[in-house]
Design a protein around this ligand. Structure first.
Ligand code: CAA
Length: 259
């Protein structure tokens, strides 16, 4: 698929998405959000895609937030619609995807940019990255799920501090508080993300999907344990389960079909 503001390529079962508005520090304008929604839907239905690496063009920014210039004249209704549509079509769609999304944070991840990274299942930061939610400097609050996901990831105390001060933190600090999984040199960023997906790719696809949904249910619903029980049961109905157990008994690597 050809996009105006994204580069995308499937290679060795990994979908690479690069947000490509380097001059605007990859800020999320309407068009980019729509293209992200489209490429996420593509990843979801494409069986070849086993995982996704999401990053920003250049070495300065992952994403510097929502495109401030676009919504400077918005009223309350438009603001609410922006947040609702963005959350549903992009941010929640990533979080609930059956494919594992890794954010490779190659520089500034601010506002909607950090929210995008937090919607991904795993975050890896380059050592030059700066992460923050500066919305209150604009008279706003995060609108793409930032108040919820930051709290889930780092706890209420740190989340309140980061959101109310608007202070950006370094990759090392972000790793210390659990906001990112790893900090690596910029040059190793994509390799580190690929290394994780190369492992995940060998696992059973339906089990990966079930694991993501069950973990999500622990924070987004009040029936996480029941979701796990049901998903666990469903796994027994899959060919992948039969193959996994047979391969174990036959002492060979499993060859999963995702069925
Ligand atoms: N929206 C639109 N354009 C942006 C942008 C954004 N979020 N961030 C940067 N840009 C543009 C700048 O306007 C500038 O464009 P021009 O050359 O045409 O003027 C270009 O990108 C380069 O930026 P700077 O010259 O500002 O670069 P810098 O190195 O001096 O500063 C920065 C970098 C600290 C990241 C600074 O650009 C900045 O503070 N950006 C805004 C960050 C922000 O407030 N993000 C939150 C947005 S609100 C939001 O996301 C709401 C939500 O939750 C839904």
């Amino acid at each position: 698929m050809a996009y105006q503001n994204l580069l995308s390529e499937v290679k060795d079962n990994i979908l690479y998405i690069v947000i490509n508005r380097e001059k605007a520090l990859n800020a999320l304008n309407k068009e980019t959000l729509q293209e992200l929604a489209d490429v996420i839907a593509f990843a979801e239905k494409n069986e070849e895609v086993r995982g996704v690496i999401l990053t920003g063009a250049g070495e300065k920014a992952f994403v510097a937030g929502a495109d401030i210039k676009e919504f400077s004249n918005y009223n309350g209704t438009q603001g609410e619609e922006l947040a609702r549509k963005g959350q549903e079509n992009v941010f929640n769609a990533i979080e609930n995807s059956s494919k594992l999304f890794i954010a490779a944070i190659n520089g500034f991840a601010l506002g909607g940019g950090l929210e995008l990274a937090m919607a991904c299942h795993i975050r890896i930061a380059a050592d030059n990255a700066k992460l923050g939610l500066p919305e209150v400097t604009l008279g706003l609050i995060p609108g793409y799920g930032g108040t919820q996901r930051l709290t889930q990831l780092v706890g209420k105390g740190k989340a309140i501090e980061l959101i109310t001060t608007a202070n950006a933190i370094s990759a090392v600090e972000a790793e210390k508080i659990g906001l990112v999984n790893y900090t690596v040199p910029q040059a190793d960023l994509i390799n580190k993300a690929r290394e994780i997906l190369d492992i995940v790719k060998q696992r059973a696809p339906l089990a990966i999907s079930a694991a993501i949904q069950a973990v999500n249910a622990s924070i987004n619903t009040d029936h996480g344990f029941e979701t796990e029980i049901k998903a666990f049961g469903k796994c027994f109905e899959t060919d992948d389960f039969k193959e996994g157990v047979t391969a174990f008994v036959e002492k060979r690597p499993a060859k999963f079909s995702g069925k």
